[in-house]
Ligand binder design. Structure first.
Ligand code: APR
Length: 327
């Protein structure tokens, strides 16, 4: 019996009714968004040309408050406007359709679970989303159309409130920020699960990384991921399917006899997303955007004095030097 057969048998037994799912960047890599930590392909390794103090700084609130430029330089490559749900997202929608999905925690900010058809009340976007934005300083919301223009052009949008001057930030959770208040409430569902499914995450970032450990002992935990993660494999009831998510859910759907239904959900979701495609001008890859910004910073002998003062004040002379090597 393969691991896939084991999981399919559990679901077929009819004893599984409350599947709690946790997903991460790995379920969206086939949609065209790189994950964070995979060697070579992950965002953090590819950010090297930017000479950030450390790669995660680009998503750290303290860094963003003073140096929002790198975030906006690559924002358009991470914005979900052109992305289409993957077959894994369709599998999640199918779990919901079959009344098996108890709750879905996603660390992704691309909204593809929603686009695939998972009902909104079953999803917690634990790390926020691109749907809304506000000034980091005074928290005044910022108009969607101006935000879109800023992301498309790769420039920093600033607060419109007179004398505020804070950079606008999408309502995604940066390092150093709290998760949505709803997280505490929803995580109570984890010990109520009769199966936990974890897909496409390295389980390196708390607090989502601790969710699988909150599942009751004896309750099956299933990991579909390219590599092992967290404490998976430590419990006798763990099932680790170490392969691509799309491949794993395909095989599972085949054994369950769900493949046609899943394929239909996926095609419908893709068609819905194609209908709302907007023109954002010429596409540039993440590497092109990184390269362009790295060159700009390197060649720049004129980061404004105010900007430099802020960097020196808050990040120290060393980092200001990195960002303005010409001076
Ligand atoms: N199929 C299966 N696994 C995949 C695939 C795929 N197609 N693509 C990538 N993976 C795996 C990688 O091997 C890795 O184990 O998915 C995992 C992705 O891990 P991370 O890059 O660390 O992403 P994630 O776990 O979502 O990161 C959590 O970190 O920087 C923050 O806020 C960011 O939400 C993010 C959080």
């Amino acid at each position: 019996m393969t691991d896939i057969d084991t999981v399919a048998a559990l679901i077929k037994s009819g004893r599984i009714n409350r599947v709690v799912v946790l997903v991460g960047a790995g379920i969206s890599t086939t949609a065209g968004i790189p994950d964070f930590r995979s060697p070579n392909t992950g965002i953090y390794e590819r950010l090297k040309p930017l000479n950030l103090p450390y790669p995660e700084a680009i998503f750290h609130i303290n860094y963003f408050q003073h140096t929002p430029e790198p975030f906006y330089a690559i924002a358009r490559a991470r914005h979900p406007r052109t992305l289409k749900p993957t077959i894994t997202h369709a599998f999640l929608a199918l779990l919901a359709k079959k009344n098996l999905l108890y709750f879905l925690f996603t660390q992704n900010i691309d909204g593809l679970e929603h686009d695939a058809g998972v009902p909104e009340d079953k999803i917690l976007n634990a790390h926020g989303s691109w749907q809304t934005q506000r000034c980091w300083k005074c928290e005044t919301p910022y108009p969607d159309d101006l935000m879109k223009q800023a992301i498309a052009k790769g420039v920093v949008p600033y607060c419109q409130v007179p004398d505020c001057g804070g950079a606008v930030k999408p309502d995604v959770v940066f390092f150093g920020e709290s998760l949505p208040a709803e997280f505490d409430q929803q995580q109570k569902k984890v010990p109520e699960a009769d199966l936990m499914l974890v897909m496409g995450t390295s389980l390196k970032v708390a607090p989502c990384s601790v969710l699988p450990r909150q599942v009751h002992l004896g309750v099956p935990r299933v990991l579909i991921n390219r590599e092992t993660a967290g404490d998976f494999g430590k419990r006798p009831e763990d099932v680790c399917i170490l392969k691509n998510c799309d491949e794993g859910v395909h095989e599972l759907a085949d054994v369950l006899g769900w493949a046609d239904e899943m394929g239909q959900l996926w095609r419908d979701a893709v068609a819905r997303k194609e209908e709302v495609q907007e023109d954002w001008g010429e596409e540039e890859s993440l590497d092109e955007l990184i390269d362009k910004y790295a060159k700009k910073v390197k060649n720049s002998r004129n980061i404004s004095d105010g900007h430099k003062r802020m960097l020196e004040e808050h990040l120290g002379q060393k980092f200001a030097g990195i960002l303005a090597p010409g001076k």
